[in-house]
Design a protein around this ligand. Structure first.
Ligand code: NAD
Ligand code: UDP
Length: 311
């Protein structure tokens, strides 16, 4: 029998890829989104599929749905977007988690939370294993997102212990690919759009801070494997590509792959910007038999093609 699967944030970057994959695998998919950062264009090609339904709804408000599985992704993910209305960002994470966990509790659905490497804050341990408890500011400009996501993890584990809800938690590291909003301010989209348009490439700070970038297809694969992982395996589990690059290296790669004559300029580093980030994926390899396969160069080439079409 077809599984009925709810994807919150399904019109966003990761959610739209997930909806597509789940439909391809023969499931009945409900996409719930309030279109804050998502776009109908990302899911337009799924609209004719009779097993795809779209619900315009804010996840921070209760809703009653009958489902077998829930992927909870609804939340703005880029710093400019989650800092636009920081109070709403925390509400989305916390109330969204409660509302979705309540559906899971009532319907006995399995529920996966899209958590983030931001729970590690500006990490003092490198690379970051799941056991690292993090170094997060409660008062800075990233706290609305970081602490919202940390509280959502807490709620997931309390619903698991207190009500026996079947939970799965993935901590996603920086991911990129098609369907990213070209103007959402994240580094990969910014650099590619700037390079294609021949505009200055904006590096914040000296560009020596690092991130580890995972291509979207690899990431979606890890989420589905996590949902289908053995009973009792809750995570949290890191998912991301351990290949680590400075922002300067990323800018140079984008310039060379686009053949752009853009120049690099330096702008101030935003407050609390983490200096380094690399996932330890030992647990994902063991429990999910998963590791990423797409290299940064290969993934960037595909993403550049996508942005050339849409901008
Ligand atoms: P995105 O901004 O493209 O997608 C988020 C989606 O959630 C959008 O469609 C948006 O409209 C929707 N949304 C936001 N607030 C909502 C609300 N209150 N009610 C209903 N829908 C709402 O971002 P993304 O990169 O696809 O991220 C998806 C999830 O994965 C987020 O929870 C994010 O925190 C997590 N994540 C992403 C990354 C990454 O690198 N892409 C890394 C770590 C974690
Ligand atoms: N960044 C940058 N130029 C940009 C956008 C971002 O140098 O135009 C930097 C940013 O300061 C951070 C890194 O790139 O150090 C990753 O930023 P992003 O917003 O993509 O993700 P996050 O900081 O949430 O990991």
């Amino acid at each position: 029998m077809k599984k009925r699967i709810l994807v919150t944030g399904g019109a966003g970057f990761l959610g739209s890829h997930l909806c597509e994959r789940l439909l391809k695998e023969g499931n009945d998919v409900i996409c719930l989104d309030n279109f804050f950062t998502g776009d109908k264009k990302n899911i337009e090609h799924l609209m004719d599929n009779k097993y795809f339904e779209l619900v315009r709804h804010d996840v921070s408000e209760p809703i009653s749905l009958e489902v077998d599985e829930i992927y909870n992704l609804a939340c703005p993910a880029s710093p400019p977007h989650y800092q636009f209305d920081p109070v709403q960002t925390t509400i989305t994470s916390v109330m969204g988690a409660i509302n979705m966990l309540d559906i899971a509790r009532r319907t006995k659905a399995k529920i996966l939370q899209a958590s983030t490497s931001e729970v590690y804050g500006d990490p003092e341990i490198h690379p970051q294993p799941e056991s690292y408890k993090g170094s997060v500011s409660t008062t800075g400009i990233r706290a609305c997102y970081d602490e919202g996501k940390r509280c959502a993890e807490t709620l997931f584990f309390d619903y698991y212990r207190q009500y026996g809800v079947d939970i799965k938690v993935v901590r996603i590291f920086n991911t990129y690919g098609s369907n990213m909003n070209p103007y959402d301010g994240r580094v990969v989209s910014n650099f590619i759009v700037q390079a294609i348009k021949g505009e200055d490439i904006t590096i914040y700070g000296d560009g020596m801070q690092t991130r580890s970038f995972c291509y979207v297809d690899d990431l979606v694969d890890s989420m589905i494997r996590m949902m289908n992982s053995r009973d009792g395996f809750t995570g949290p589990v890191n998912v991301g590509n351990p290949g680590e690059f400075t922002m300067l290296e990323l800018a140079q790669k984008v310039i060379s792959l686009t053949g752009s004559n853009s120049k690099i300029i330096h702008l101030p580093l935003p407050q609390d910007d983490p200096m380094q980030r690399q996932p330890d994926i030992t647990l994902a390899k063991k429990e999910l038999n998963w590791e990423p396969h797409v290299s940064l160069e290969e993934g960037l080439k595909k993403t550049i093609e996508y942005f050339k079409e849409v901008i």
